[in-house]
Design a protein around this ligand. Sequence first.
Ligand SMILES: Cc1ncc(COP(=O)(O)O)c(C=O)c1O
Length: 330
Amino acid sequence: MIDLRSDTVTRPTEAMRAAMSRADVGDDVYSEDPTVRTLEERVADLFGHEAALFTPTGSMANVLAVRSLVAPGQEVLCEASAHIARAELGAHGAFSGLTMRTWIDAGGQVDLPTLRRLFAPDLGPFFVRTAAISVENTHNFAGGAVLPLRDLQDVREFATGAGAAVHLDGARIWNAHVATGTPLREYGAVADVMAVCLSKGLGAPVGSLLVGSRDTVAEARVWRKRMGGGMRQVGFLAAAGLHALDHHLERLADDHANARLLAEACGVDPSTVDTNIVVVERSDAADFVARAREAGVLVGTVGSTVVRLVTHLDVSRADAEKAAAALAVL
Ligand SMILES: Cc1ncc(COP(=O)(O)O)c(C=O)c1O
């Protein structure tokens, strides 16, 4: 089976397993795990922020990040199909007591005029106050779409002028970086707080980080523990992340090329595929998934008429060619 359901399905390579087994570890709830500290410092530095916090999942990093910006009873604005709005099972409302309002953009892009109209300043005891704007780069459900740096900078400028903060869901910021050549620090500069994942394109089995100021990270550390995310000798997993940063970043370009190949086979214009995710409109989506499985290719749906294919570390060029040939005739 060639598994194109998600870039989260990768298994650690032998070299990654070796790095994990060698990791120097300690109790991270006591802040005594040297490998976790190294990873946190390295990732904070990559994005030009003061500090970072290792979390078990991207969802937890997002929940901690957004709650650091938005108090109970306040709101965050985001695109309607953002992961924080659609796929975190209401965690931000359930745990943080905040609300969301959304703009709709099929390409997952920022719509600044709409954002300006949605934005609600603090009007005392009358309206919900917008405390933050959240952007997702790359945008998962919009097919791994890259948000141009210029647009992100405009959001940053608008938010700063309006007295709001910016959250960046950068689960796949690595893909955006490799696809565009934009330095990670430039992405870091547009956000007050980010969430980045090691367990997607980078191919680590587990792990994400919240990236932000020292104070934000200190408070998030308390909330992570409160939510049951305080982990002990977790340097074994941080070592996988460090290995991934060393060995799996630049190769994301291969995933992007493979995604374009698959797009072409499925009748999608490859020039519309920015990174490693292809979304295909199919009225027969469920049937397509079943027939693909029979042909030896696992794909998923992200809507009743939308099929999603994701390339990753465990899909070689030969696998992509084989899958493309199989999908082209469905
Ligand atoms: C854009 C985006 N943000 C956050 C997450 C959450 O990551 P996790 O599955 O580790 O909770 C995902 C997961 O796929 C994602 O695609």
